[in-house]
Write a protein that binds this ligand. Structure first.
Ligand code: WAQ
Ligand code: MG
Length: 256
């Protein structure tokens, strides 16, 4: 399926400051691009964060073959309140080697209104990315499908779990990357996750209050070759294989 593939990116924003509303990426053969462009435009116009006044859709032929990655294994932890969800997230990040994980919720609270993720040093939590307002975007990735647009993605509304798992799989395989944490900026989507190669993809049921439009992402890097990590995140085309169905939320006793 890798012959003549294109990457299609959508970004929707509003206002003179270009407030970020929505963004998405897919990889597809030429024949699927018109339908995908329509889907992504429809999605941008119907976004729960409000109406955009600019929608940018960019289509580029892939300059290199796609790297196929096995999907991270997924599990899901039940939690009823944001405080509980964040406490579990901190414990998971500690397990992933982030010594100062207790400081992460406060850092995450500064990550909203960014188009991308904060890239930080896993030990010092110092920013490693050049543009603090924009952050780093992982792009050029999709789920591997057998022929044509995946019917489960034909719905123009967003499949948060599936898209996040594709992104998290690419991020976890980035050279030097230790972990990731994410909270959606969609006001009614309160489930977030922590992910790493070792932990897999861990969905956390409640990471913020319903109605809160603040979200954010942080990528934790070991501080090694940052340019190599950025190049992989932004340019290496990735197709993720064997996305599992969304796991059910189960209660979890492990939090220290
Ligand atoms: N690369 C880096 N950062 C990104 C990207 C990207 N491609 N896309 C979004 N972000 C950042 C940006 O700052 C957003 O504001 C923030 O992440 C949240 O993005 O299993 O919907 O697209 O059910 O709102 C988690 C699903 C859904 C959990 C996450 O993120 C589950 C979600 P959103
Ligand atoms: Mg969003």
């Amino acid at each position: 399926m890798d012959g003549s593939l294109f990457c299609i990116k959508m970004r929707a924003s509003r206002g003179s400051q270009g407030e970020h509303i929505s963004g998405a990426e897919r990889i597809a053969p030429a024949g699927d691009i018109p339908a995908l462009a329509q889907q992504l435009a429809a999605r941008a116009l119907a976004h729960p964060k409000g109406s955009p006044d600019s929608i940018n859709i960019k289509v580029e032929a892939l300059a290199q073959g796609c790297l196929h990655l096995p999907c991270l294994p997924a599990r899901a932890i039940a939690c009823a309140t944001p405080a509980e969800g964040l406490a579990i997230a901190v414990a998971l990040l500690q397990e992933a080697g982030i010594a100062r994980a207790a400081e992460v919720p406060a850092l995450l609270a500064q990550a909203h209104d960014m188009r991308g993720a904060m890239l930080v040093h896993a030990q010092s939590l110092a920013r490693l990315d050049a543009d603090p307002r924009r952050g780093v975007r992982a792009t050029c990735m999709d789920a591997l499908r057998e022929g044509g647009i995946d019917p489960s993605c034909a719905d123009p509304s967003k499949n948060h779990y599936r898209e996040a798992l594709v992104l998290a799989t690419k991020v976890a395989h980035t050279p030097g990357m230790l972990a990731e944490i994410c909270i959606s900026d969609d006001p009614d989507y309160v489930t977030g996750y922590v992910a790493s190669r070792q932990l897999g993809y861990v969905r956390l049921q409640t990471m913020k209050e319903r109605g809160d439009a603040r979200g954010g992402r942080i990528f934790f890097h070991n501080g090694g070759d940052v340019a190599e990590a950025l190049d992989f995140l932004e340019h290496t085309p990735v197709l993720v294989d064997s996305i599992p169905p969304a796991p059910c939320f189960v209660t979890h006793a492990v939090v220290a």
